[in-house]
Design a binder for this molecule. Structure first.
Ligand code: KG4
Ligand code: ZN
Length: 347
């Protein structure tokens, strides 16, 4: 069955519903992205300055069919032409993940086409192979709202976590600092905007775990230090906000500069390919990209960052991970159970 399918240009439907973006995408085995639809729930969660899991799950239920119809129309396809259905099956907010997986399983049953349970983090980890001709292995910094880890991407399904945050994810730290200054949600892009007009040297912030000779990280102490500055200032002027944003962003960059060097050391103990890749929503941050480009250059690595709209949560990356798995002969049974927690090392 898989061999027959591979002899033609197969079309993979990808479904993403692990957080607050409802995504449906269609790719072919080129790989080419034929459509990549995102329905954002930002307006629904903004008032709570964070994602409310119950609201997210209900919105995915409402939005998935609409996103599917748009994706099919943009790709000029009929549902019957889909060959493989891939959906995020974890990790993530479990209500939303269950909605997406059930939706995918129903389509798979009706069409009698294979279902593939994709690990969301594997989607992020492989995005670069959708856009660039990159071979395994490579070193990845995965920086999103829920995760922050250095990963040796050794082969499809074969990942070694070299180091990770021991508390907040990098995006979570951006979001929490933004929330302290009422900058809206998600806070990362707002911090970046404010930082552009700020003085990054005004506030000296701690760089937690910087002297530990490994690539584990911590952002919680940094966030607390920002809170103390805000409490001391009592009323924040626009200038204060911009300076805090810039100082915070600089501290994150300094941490990543040092930790990426340690990550390279760890990576070289087990792999050879001199490629450094960034993925996840925080990869949209220009100062993060610049510091990674700098470390890469200093260590003779090639730095690759996929386009921003493929770094933040999207279904094209899920479809692509599905395509890679299908091409390797891996499909899942419809009894596969969604997982709230699911490490890249447990695939
Ligand atoms: O990968 P993603 O879209 O969703 C998760 O899987 O978490 O990442 C979302 C995170 C949020 O924390 C958001 O604030 C952060 O990525 N983010 C940014 C920027 N754009 C998005 N952080 C810093 N600077 C940005 N420009
Ligand atoms: Zn993500």
């Amino acid at each position: 069955m898989i061999k027959e399918e591979l002899s033609k240009n197969i079309k993979v439907l990808g479904i993403e519903s692990s957080c607050d973006d409802t995504g449906v995408a269609i790719i072919d085995s080129g790989p080419h992205v034929l459509s990549n639809v995102i329905i954002s729930q930002q307006n629904e969660h903004e008032v709570f300055q964070g994602v409310v899991p119950e609201i997210a799950a209900r919105s995915h239920m409402k939005n998935l069919k609409k996103a599917l119809n748009i994706a099919l129309a943009e790709a000029k396809m009929d549902l019957k032409e889909i060959d493989v259905i891939a959906a995020t099956a974890g990790p993530g907010l479990i209500g939303g993940v269950i909605v997406g997986v059930m939706f995918a399983k129903s389509i798979s049953s009706v069409l009698k086409k294979p279902f593939i349970a994709v690990n969301h983090l594997e989607g992020h980890a492989l995005t670069v192979k959708l856009t660039n001709k990159i071979e395994y292995p490579y070193l990845l910094l995965l920086a999103s709202g829920g995760h922050c880890q250095y990963v040796a991407v050794l082969a499809l399904g074969k990942y070694k976590i070299l180091g990770q945050t021991l508390d907040d994810a990098m995006g979570e730290a951006f979001d929490k600092v933004a929330k302290m200054m009422n900058l809206g949600f998600p806070g990362g892009p707002e911090i970046e905007k404010k930082a552009k007009n700020g003085n990054e040297n005004r506030f000296k912030l701690p760089l937690p775990m910087i002297n530990y000779k490994n690539c584990d990280m911590s952002f919680s102490g940094l966030k607390t230090a920002v809170r103390l500055i805000i409490e001391k200032l009592t009323v924040l002027s626009e200038e204060d906000i911009c300076d805090i944003a810039a100082s915070f962003q600089k501290a994150v960059s300094n941490i990543i500069y040092k930790k990426t060097k340690y990550a390279i050391n760890e990576y070289e103990k087990i792999a050879k390919g001199r490629v450094l890749v960034v993925a996840g929503g925080v990869a949209a941050n220009e100062s993060l990209r610049s510091v990674l480009a700098l470390v890469a250059e200093e260590n003779s690595y090639h730095f690759v960052a996929p386009p921003i709209k493929l770094c933040t949560d999207n279904a094209a990356m899920i479809a692509f991970a599905g395509l890679e798995r299908f091409s390797a002969g891996i499909v899942n049974d419809v009894s596969f159970k969604p997982k709230a927690r699911w490490s890249l090392e447990d695939l």
